[in-house]
Design a binder for this molecule. Structure first.
Ligand SMILES: NC(=O)c1ccc[n+]([C@@H]2O[C@H](COP(=O)([O-])OP(=O)(O)OC[C@H]3O[C@@H](n4cnc5c(N)ncnc54)[C@H](O)[C@@H]3O)[C@@H](O)[C@H]2O)c1
Length: 372
């Protein structure tokens, strides 16, 4: 079946410039409408697309079957819900929401409108290096996981970047800092690759450590998992040159992604067998396998094409919107633990996070819109 999906986009800012190119390159799609409260940005749309400065108007009169939501974070949930209720498919930028309570709301509406497809722009799930890590873990090549450590500091940002939008780096406009803006990809991949959610997070975090901002720009966390595994996560927007190194250790060895190079040190025996050895210091034989030399590929076009194919041909969705809540829960718990210096148990109590967010927003310097 050949069909052209009529898409609209809301938010024609920085990331939309990439999405506009993807719309032009993808198959079976036409960008027929766009919306931005800043009317001057509507010129970025293709000549024949309908133009709106009001989102509800676009939903009602845009003639669209699907919408890509690329506005600041607090509007992700109300805009997703409005589209779903109008029977319009939703591809939402990350994060799916600012808080897990809001994510639960949108997931409930999605569950009540099953004919509507719901995706999230987690394009890093398409990176071959992360996909391979997931496959190896899921195929049991590593055995039971005992440690996951991620140093994710290649998020260097200038103060000029933070000042480039009134909503950025504010509790009221963005809903947090590093953990809600830069790290949602990492935190999604962390649980997507391992298939594990932590049961407790302990963390330290710093507000405005390396930039004059009111939100966190450095966080270091320890994650405890129900099977006894330990996780470490360290991220900052202030360090350069940055590191991006993810180690996953299991019964059968260690998988290391370092700057998108993937290496597997596979032990020929299980760690438990080695621990039971009768020698004092048994020789440990490993197979050293260079698996993939990848790159920091952000395949947004591929993610968009997958969503289109999902709507039209029902191919499996790489990044279902309802899964956005998992990484968000880790991020919310990490922010709470880091900034209150209290360990947080998961599943996280949504109201505890809501109270924390309300408190942080009371002193926010931003008066940027925040509709939820
Ligand atoms: N997937 C990724 O890797 C990735 C990368 C960058 C940004 N993002 C996400 O994309 C979203 C947008 O980020 P950005 O950097 O493009 O921001 P931006 O500030 O550059 O652009 C946002 C645009 O939305 C418009 N807007 C705001 N409120 C609106 C409303 N109510 N109705 C219509 N238009 C509205 C603004 O005028 C602006 O043009 C954020 O959620 C961000 O986290 C994702």
């Amino acid at each position: 079946m050949s069909k052209t999906l009529r898409f609209g986009i809301v938010g024609l800012g920085a990331i939309a410039q990439i999405h506009l190119k993807s719309f032009a390159a993808c198959r079976n799609v036409e960008l027929v409408a766009g919306c931005d409260i800043d009317a001057s940005r509507l010129d970025r749309l293709p000549a024949n697309a309908k133009r709106f400065t009001d989102y509800s108007e676009m939903i009602r009169r845009g003639g669209i079957e699907a919408v890509l939501i690329a506005v600041p974070h607090y509007d992700h949930v109300p805009m997703s819900i409005e589209a779903m209720k109008a029977g319009i498919h939703v591809l939402c930028e990350k994060p799916i929401a600012v808080s897990i309570s809001a994510a639960h709301q949108v997931n409930e509406v999605a569950a009540a409108h099953r004919q509507v497809k719901f995706g999230i722009m987690f394009q890093r799930r398409l990176n071959p290096v992360f996909a391979k890590m997931r496959q190896l873990v899921r195929d049991g090549e590593l055995g039971a996981i005992s440690r996951v450590s991620w140093v994710s500091t290649d998020w260097f940002r200038t103060t000029h970047y933070y000042k480039s939008g009134g909503w950025r780096a504010t509790w009221n406009g963005e809903g947090g800092g590093l953990l809600i803006n830069q790290c949602p990809h990492d935190l999604d991949l962390l649980q997507w690759i391992t298939g594990m959610m932590p049961s407790r997070i302990t963390a330290v975090g710093f507000i405005g450590k390396t930039h004059p901002i009111e939100v966190e720009d450095e966080v270091s966390a320890i994650l405890e998992y129900p099977n006894g595994a330990i996780g470490h996560f360290h991220a900052t927007t202030g360090e350069t040159p940055g590191t991006n190194r993810l180690e996953i250790v299991g019964e059968r060895g260690r998988l290391v992604m370092d700057a998108y190079q993937l290496h597997f040190s596979r032990t020929t025996k299980n760690a438990s067998q080695l621990r039971d050895a009768t020698e004092l210091f048994p020789a440990i034989e490993t197979w050293e396998i260079d698996l993939l030399a990848g790159q920091a590929l952000d395949d947004r076009q591929g993610l968009m094409q997958n969503f289109i194919d999902h709507v039209i041909e029902d191919v499996p969705l790489v990044a279902p919107g309802i899964e956005g809540v998992h990484g968000l829960e880790i991020g919310n718990a990490m922010a709470l633990a880091a900034l209150t210096r209290q360990p947080m148990d998961l599943p996280l109590d949504a109201q505890t996070y809501d109270r924390f967010l309300i408190k942080m927003r009371q002193n926010s310097t931003s008066n940027a819109m925040a509709s939820a």
